[in-house]
Ligand binder design. Structure first.
Ligand code: PLP
Length: 428
């Protein structure tokens, strides 16, 4: 496999961007080798600047659920571009996508479109604080809710990958308003509410965490959050930026059958364009300007191209297509489990809907501490071995991997063969 052009591109990029990248985990710091630079993508495949093809399970970190450059989305986007790329005024494209979302997620009584997941979660906690007139928020260790200051306290994703407990640049005062608790731990949540319940504006969670590896919250845990927040007058926010239309056909709320007060979506809803949203109960969303006094705005919010790509993506994503994707994810996970048995590898394979992950760990992984205790050296070697064989997985064990509608049975077979070869090299 040639990698000269990627190496050269990386050198050049390092003279322009810190670390050569515009988002940290892309730099491959937690795995071996250098990042590959992408030339183009189609369907389930990425093609790098050296002409290598990869079966892509990162899918732009989740959004490309139909596969890259899907025909229907591309056609619709081309037509939309001809009509203007930003209006800074309302258009029916926003309402069309919003209505479709309301049909899928009845909890979205009102919503606000924004341009990134970070913006969605940041705005949602501002709203929760504005509604409750309280300052403190509760988040869970290893959950990632974007990079706004309040959330960079014991966060997952790149923050975990680089071993940063808190980010420099976040003030002491801000960090103090963020209470972090262990994931899946009912007792500590209970105690926290008993001690500080009347100061807590909201609890925010990835109900299926994808940013400390893939870890699912217990049903119990989610329902206890619902009960305690209601009891103490705090808002319950489910961050579905990653799980939205992946954890199940209707996302994480569909899995748990729970009604949050506010939800955040991103990634898939933008169909590969910078787009996200937060929404929820009307009585709370009416606090947002211009209805209410909680300020939130955006020059490119409701961008017509993003609205079009998001809409076409979601209407293409039928229950049948979702079920197929889920089936192929199971095929891959089942194959991985069989390989683990054959090579006697202590491997935990996790699947939730069209998301999957694995930990080199003897025991099931239930929280960030468990995730951290997994063998990251082996992960790094496996990642490098797979990349050489044209399999593109998330370059950190603290990330989830994803399936698209474009992945075929043959792609999965080829992926499992590559795992077989790499496990053979390491464990054979
Ligand atoms: C990706 C992600 C975010 C942040 O979204 P950006 O668009 O990267 O700002 C927030 N929450 C979760 C759960 C995510 O996975």
């Amino acid at each position: 496999m040639q990698t000269q052009q990627s190496k050269f591109a990386f050198e050049q990029a390092q003279a322009v961007f810190p670390g050569g990248v515009n988002s940290p985990v892309r730099a491959f710091k937690a795995v071996e080798g250098n990042p590959v630079f992408i030339d183009r993508a189609k369907g389930a495949y990425l093609y790098d600047v050296d002409g290598n093809r990869y079966i892509d399970y990162v899918l732009s970190w989740g959004p490309m659920i139909l596969g890259h450059a899907e025909d229907r989305v591309i056609e619709a986007v081309k037509s939309a571009v001809e009509c203007g790329t930003s209006f800074g005024a309302p258009s029916p494209l926003e309402t069309r996508l919003g209505q479709h979302l309301q049909e899928r997620i009845p909890y979205l009584e009102r919503m606000r479109m924004v341009s990134s997941g970070t913006e969605a979660t940041m705005s949602a906690i501002r709203l929760a604080r504005g509604v409750t007139r309280r300052d403190k928020i509760v988040k869970f260790v290893g959950c990632y809710h974007g990079h706004s200051d309040s959330f960079l306290v014991q966060a997952g994703s790149g923050v975990a990958t680089f071993g940063l407990p808190n980010s420099p640049g976040v003030t002491e005062a801000t960090a103090q308003d963020t209470i972090t608790l262990p994931y899946n731990d009912k007792a500590s949540l209970q105690t926290c509410f008993e001690e500080m319940g009347s100061d807590i504006a909201c609890v925010i969670i990835e109900a299926v965490a994808g940013n400390m590896g893939l870890i699912q919250a217990d049903h119990d845990f989610i329902h206890v959050i619902r009960e305690l927040t209601s009891q103490y007058g705090a808002l319950f926010i489910i961050d579905e930026v990653m799980t939205g239309f992946r954890a199940s056909y209707t996302g994480a709320t569909g899995l748990y059958g729970v009604e949050p007060d506010l939800l955040c979506f991103g990634k898939v809803v933008g169909g590969g364009f910078p787009m996200a949203l937060f929404g929820g109960k009307k009585k709370y969303m009416d606090y947002i300007a211009p209805m209410g006094a909680v300020y939130q705005a955006g020059t490119l919010s409701g961008n017509p191209i993003a609205m079009t790509a998001g809409y076409e993506t979601l209407v293409s994503l039928t229950p049948e297509i979702f079920k197929d994707m889920e089936g192929r994810t199971s095929q891959l996970c089942q194959g991985l489990k069989e390989l683990a048995v054959r090579y006697q590898i202590p491997l935990q394979v996790v699947q939730v809907g069209t998301m999957f992950g694995f930990f080199f760990n003897e025991r099931p992984v239930r929280n960030f501490e468990d995730s951290k205790a997994s063998d990251q050296e082996v992960f790094a070697r496996v990642h490098a071995g797979l990349l050489k064989q044209g399999i593109y997985l998330a370059p950190s064990q603290y990330e989830s991997n994803f399936m698209s509608a474009a992945h075929t049975k043959e792609d999965i077979d080829q992926t499992l063969q590559a795992f077989d070869t790499v496990f053979g090299e390491i464990y054979g």
